[in-house]
Design a protein around this ligand. Structure first.
Ligand SMILES: Cc1cc2nc3c(=O)[nH]c(=O)nc-3n(C[C@H](O)[C@H](O)[C@H](O)COP(=O)(O)O)c2cc1C
Length: 174
């Protein structure tokens, strides 16, 4: 079961919409995927689940266990201030080092309001995952000006849809 991680805790995020679209693409390829949305993290996790408190917050443990049991991941990563969201780094910092991600595989999707499509955010995240020993699929779609390409829950930009579809196929074979 592939885990799709929504890389922000913003309510009604476009990242969540993309996660649903991605999950559907995988379903069409006969592959099950579960969405983990960082907005569902316990609101106090920064001060109750990290470092010396590791393992003490049941809500965070549920997320942690799902990461530990997973072997392939998709990260939907919005560009915030020229990088990926801080909550995603804090979430990664709460995982057991180095085993939660080591020798696992992931695919990254970037999105932004501007013209970057989260390219720099994906580079930053790739550095971290390589440091942790996780293999990152080299094909990383960057969905720029995302608001122009999403209508309700549909990705209306045909190129973007093809990029996600191609990546989903590559991730299955990765
Ligand atoms: C805190 C914050 C910082 C942002 N910084 C950038 C940025 O540096 N470049 C950019 O193009 N868009 C930026 N945006 C816009 C987001 O990239 C855009 O709204 C996002 O891709 C949508 O993701 P979301 O709905 O999943 O949060 C920012 C948005 C937020 C909330």
């Amino acid at each position: 079961m592939i885990k799709i991680i929504v890389g922000t805790n913003r309510k009604n995020s476009l990242s969540h919409k993309l996660a649903l679209i991605y999950q559907n693409s995988l379903k069409n390829l006969n592959t099950d995927a579960e969405i983990l949305d960082l907005k569902d993290l316990p609101h106090d996790f920064l001060f109750s689940a990290l470092y010396e408190n590791n393992g003490k917050n049941p809500g965070f443990n549920d997320f942690h266990n799902k990461v530990k049991e997973g072997s392939k991941f998709v990260f939907i990563v919005p560009e915030y201030n020229g990088s990926f969201p801080g909550i995603l780094k804090a979430f990664i910092d709460g995982m057991t080092y180095p085993n939660a991600f080591r020798n696992k595989k992931c695919a990254l999707v970037g999105l932004s309001s501007g013209i970057g499509g989260g390219g720099i955010a994906l580079s930053h995240l790739t550095d971290i995952f390589h440091y942790l020993g996780m293999h990152v699929l080299a094909f990383k779609p960057k969905l720029a000006k995302i608001e122009d390409s999403l209508s309700d829950n549909l990705l209306t930009n045909r190129l973007y849809m093809e990029l996600l579809q191609t990546q989903a196929e590559m991730l299955i074979d990765f």
